[in-house]
Design a protein around this ligand. Structure first.
Ligand code: ARG
Length: 275
């Protein structure tokens, strides 16, 4: 049966790791959204980010913080820092030299915060940017950032079956810009971001998925965080918010205009700690 507005939804309090964008700027371009010539208002980025963290906390979620490091402007995109499933922490290894130092910095945070099972990865993977956890699967993106070999490494270490998905549009360079997990094995995605064979896989395994239009993807509508009931997503994604409400979710529109200039939004700023 397809979900409707009357589908009962419940949320589970989550633990998130976030990084205040104190040193955020766009000083290099490693994705098509970044333009170093376009001004960024760092104070506004911090304010918008603070509002998001406060809203998570107001709903009962825990927000842990990692200290930002000068010279690592993209560190605010905490989702890229690791992948945590069942308390096991798969560290990140970044594709681009500009972000390389973030991997060890995030891994250090986990080791200092009592996580005993951590792995410094051999293969390039950009954390939850490309690894999204559903009830049954680890959905894994490749094509732009995380390597195919990292999918095997994640499957072995995190102990979850991996579904590898090929991304084909450089604007949606991370899986979390093209697909979001809503609840259990319920997902939403932008079909245009995937190679035909990956689309077949998604259709087969997730027949009830919510499909987003290219216009909703363009405002980063798929870069969303769900706690099972509330779905935090960019405020410009009106159509998607309506579709979510029609399935019984509560859309929570968020304004992260400054962080969009780095090519990220809500989900990029939020690493879920699945302890
Ligand atoms: N500027 C960053 C990059 O290109 C943005 C990362 C966005 N994060 C994400 N989880 N999609 O690497």
């Amino acid at each position: 049966m397809n979900p409707t507005a009357a589908t009962p939804r419940t949320f589970r309090p989550r633990r998130y790791l976030m990084c205040r964008p104190e040193y955020f700027e766009v000083s290099y371009a490693i994705n098509p959204w970044m333009d170093p010539d376009k001004p960024v208002d760092t104070d506004l980025a911090v304010l918008q980010w603070e509002r998001l963290a406060a809203r998570y906390r107001a709903l009962g979620h825990t927000v842990e913080l990692i200290d930002p490091i000068p010279g690592l402007p993209d560190m605010v995109y905490a989702a890229n820092g690791a992948t945590v499933v069942g308390g096991r922490v798969l560290g990140a290894r970044f594709r681009n030299a500009e972000r390389a130092a973030e991997g060890p910095a995030y891994l250090r945070w986990f080791r200092e915060h009592g996580y005993a099972e951590t792995l410094d990865p051999e293969h390039v993977n950009e954390g939850e940017g490309d690894f999204l956890t559903t009830a049954s699967w680890l959905l894994a993106g490749r094509g732009f950032r995380s390597s195919a070999a990292s999918h095997r490494e994640a499957e072995a270490f995190l102990g979850r079956p991996v579904l590898s998905l090929d991304l084909v549009d450089p604007r949606y360079y991370h899986l979390d810009t093209a697909l979001a997990v809503l609840d259990g094995d319920e997902i939403m995605y932008n079909p245009a971001a995937f190679a035909p064979h990956s689309l077949d896989l998604l259709r087969r395994h997730f027949p009830g998925a919510l499909l987003a239009t290219p216009a909703e993807a363009e405002v980063f509508g798929l870069n969303a965080v769900s706690d099972g009931l509330h779905v935090f997503l960019p405020e410009a994604a009106h159509t998607l918010a309506g579709q979510l409400a029609a399935r019984g979710f509560r859309p929570e529109p968020v304004d992260l205009s400054e962080l969009l200039k780095g090519g990220g939004s809500v989900k990029c700023c939020t690493l879920e700690l699945r302890d």
